[in-house]
Design a protein around this ligand. Structure first.
Ligand SMILES: Nc1nc2c(c(=O)[nH]1)N[C@H]1C(S)=C(S)[C@@H](COP(=O)(O)OP(=O)(O)OC[C@H]3O[C@@H](n4cnc5c(N)ncnc54)[C@H](O)[C@@H]3O)O[C@H]1N2
Ligand code: MOO
Length: 643
């Protein structure tokens, strides 16, 4: 409860009351007591995805009558007890033929048979059907050379669904199989829970809706669409109202309107500081009891704000996309599912080995997202964290490992429980761990065309080689320069590994077009001019990258301004120069071209694939090599030269 008086200052008392995850959940559920919102009758067409509000009993039998399951003759089994190949039994034919949809008029009397189609109602007197191919025409009737057990080829009334039986239970999520059952007993509408209508509002001056051009310093609103999608996956109707700027009046108006017209309200962003106080004040004014938790000892997700106003949930998710999704799934979705009448989502769990130490912040329950590969001793859980601001972690991860608040790290080799996002992790065909290159996407496209799926985890060359050494992946893409020999990749292989030759990528010096220090000059002259100018700021690369080795070689011990800015990708280097945060750096040519930057070639870098000589899936690896050969045109178009 947060009725504490607020200082009118700008003091950073953002988290009035940091609760444990469990305490926050309990406070929220206690104040909300989530329950379904009411019942509505919906026709069959609208039922998929809805949740049944009452048990449904079958009003009729299915099938409604005893029927033939084959084309043949309705007979009396007793007539054929003695039938054999040596002494076929003759049966005379009844004058009627029973088609589907024809009610029989005449009984089957001893010594007779009635032609019947699959699905035709069994006539009185008959107790079995003999298949047409087990009979021969015989004068005015048929000859049957085998006995037939009573009940053969008959499906009896009510054998599928018995009248009065509970067909579907309350709480069932209706899909195609349920529609079939309802339709089969003649039901054309069913009572379902009303879907909670949930308003979704993003907050922040920097947000631009997808489809619009991006302004400088702005980002696309990804939380709004992803929360809306997740709401729909959890039985709610999502109403995405776009983004509202950090302006008190605009925020108050938007929040009040969204709250009034919906069953729940989900905001994102601005929970931790500044504008967050605005949102919090508006929420406090919406109704009692108001905010029940603001600040939860969770990682990601610390600034989560949970409120209940006049019986409706009002939630402010952290702005960072990964934090927003995690807190939504962990603490918000279960309550909304209960309001939608859906049962709790059962999460499958598997055990997997941690290949590396997993560090965690003491005092916060931490969820570490992991991608699974198959290792020699079972599943291996590779952390895929890119920070709370990332949007790709959910798509790349199979699930997460929970590190309790009082644990600060899990050592390598720990067998950890992984809670899966989906029903079961689908085993990828090929596990590729190492350095990522845009050219690899072209190869994987070709590989998919050959029906083989691959999982890529971008860990850098060294991480990939280590995973390959532990046999936790099939392929490690690497570009490692041995400064001693000047050779690429081969010196780094372990005994029993080999290289599949990949391609060469030209590394070079990047600059903004028109920079007089570089434009029209050769590499040496440009470098000399840059190093001579104290105003020239460089952007470096991370230690351990091949590009860094090249750069350090070029710099020959110099430490120009910007040296300590060390991002880990070609794209970050190019963005930094294009946006004027730095003036020069090193990256591969396609990245320079994509950003419209000037480029002075420095050296060809070799990007190859390390594999074991005795791979665990030789066929998949052969398919990879074939896909690599097929990708020559795409690679050439990207500016890569096949090795
Ligand atoms: N000094 C402190 N700074 C921060 C703290 C802290 O305790 N002290 N907490 C950090 C944590 S943890 C998180 S999580 C974030 C949460 O911040 P907010 O909830 O206030 O979110 P914003 O500041 O508005 O945005 C953070 C980040 O996310 C981007 N964003 C916001 N909305 C969207 C959206 N709809 N779609 C895509 N991206 C969005 C926004 O542009 C920012 O980059 O705060 C830390 N800081
Ligand atoms: O809570 Mo924040 O979500 O750690 O990044």
């Amino acid at each position: 409860m947060t009725d504490a008086p607020r200082a009118p200052s700008h003091a950073q008392d953002q988290f009035l009351n940091v609760l444990s995850r469990d305490a926050a959940e309990a406070a929220f559920l206690d104040a909300l007591r989530p329950a379904p919102l009411g019942v509505q009758e919906i026709g069959l067409d609208g039922l998929p995805g809805r949740v049944l509000a009452r048990d449904i009993a079958a009003p009729v039998d299915a099938p409604p009558f005893d029927r033939a399951t084959v084309d043949g003759f309705a007979i009396r089994a007793a007539d054929l007890f003695e039938a054999s190949a040596a002494r076929p039994v003759h049966l005379r034919l009844s004058p009627e033929t029973i088609a589907c949809g024809t009610a029989p008029m005449l009984p089957v009397t001893p010594g007779s048979a009635t032609p019947i189609a699959t699905g035709g109602p069994i006539p009185r007197g008959a107790d079995a059907v003999v298949m047409i191919e087990h009979t021969e025409p015989d004068g005015d009737g048929i000859a049957v050379a085998r006995a037939v057990a009573p009940g053969s080829h008959i499906s009896f009334a009510g054998s599928d669904i018995a009248r009065g039986q509970t067909l579907l239970r309350k709480g069932t999520l209706i899909g195609a199989p349920e529609i079939a059952m309802l339709a089969a007993v003649g039901i054309d509408r069913a009572p379902v829970w009303r879907r909670p209508r949930v308003a979704v509002l993003s907050t922040g001056d920097e947000l631009v809706q997808p489809g619009q051009p991006l302004r400088p310093a702005a980002v696309y609103d990804s939380n709004g669409p992803v929360i809306s999608a997740a709401l729909r996956e959890n039985g709610c109707e999502a109403v995405h109202l776009g983004a509202v700027p950090d302006d008190p009046q605009a925020l108050e108006t938007a929040v009040r309107a969204a709250f009034a017209g919906h069953d729940a309200l989900i905001l994102s962003g601005g929970t931790s500081k500044g504008a967050g106080d605005l949102t919090v004040r508006v929420i406090e004014g919406l109704g009692a009891p108001g905010i029940v938790a603001h600040g939860v000892a969770l990682k990601p997700g610390k600034p989560l704000c949970l409120a209940v106003c006049d019986g409706k949930p009002v939630v402010v998710l952290p702005g960072f996309p990964t934090s927003a999704m995690f807190t939504f799934h962990d603490l918000v979705a279960p309550a909304l599912r209960a309001m939608a009448g859906l049962p709790p989502r059962g999460a499958a769990r598997v055990e997997a080995i941690l290949p590396l130490r997993l560090s965690s912040e003491l005092g916060r329950t931490e969820f570490a997202m992991v991608a699974l590969t198959e290792g020699p001793d079972g599943l291996v859980a590779h952390p895929v964290a890119k920070g709370s601001g990332a949007v790709t972690a959910f798509a790349q991860a199979d699930g997460f490992v929970t590190v309790p608040a009082l644990v600060d790290s899990l050592p390598p080799g720990t067998r950890a429980e992984v809670t899966l996002f989906g029903p079961r992790a689908d085993a990828p065909g090929l596990a590729i761990i190492g350095s990522h290159c845009v050219g690899l996407d072209a190869v994987l496209g070709r590989l998919a065309g050959r029906g083989i799926r691959a999982r890529i985890l971008a860990t850098g060359s060294q991480g990939g080689l280590a995973a390959l050494r532990r046999r936790e992946c099939d392929i490690a893409p690497i570009h490692l320069l041995d400064p001693e020999t000047g050779a690429y990749n081969a010196p780094f292989l372990a005994e029993g590994m080999r290289l599949i030759p990949g391609w060469r990528r030209m590394q070079g010096l990047l600059f903004r077009p028109g920079d007089p220090r570089c434009e029209g000059r050769g590499l040496d002259a440009a470098l000399a001019a840059l190093l001579a100018d104290p105003e020239a700021i460089m952007v470096n690369r991370n230690q351990g990258s091949g590009t860094r080795v090249l750069l350090d070689g070029l710099l020959g011990g110099a430490r120009p301004p910007g040296y300590w800015n060390q991002p880990a990708s070609h794209n970050a280097v190019a963005a930094s120069i294009a946006q004027g945060r730095a003036d020069w750096g090193m990256a591969i040519r396609p990245v320079a071209a994509a950003m419209g930057l000037g480029f002075l070639p420095v050296a060809d870098e070799h990007y190859d694939f390390a594999v074991w000589q005795d791979p665990r899936d030789p066929a998949a690896l052969a398919a990879f090599e074939a896909a690599l050969a097929d990708s020559a045109p795409e690679l050439a178009a990207l500016g890569f030269v096949r090795a």
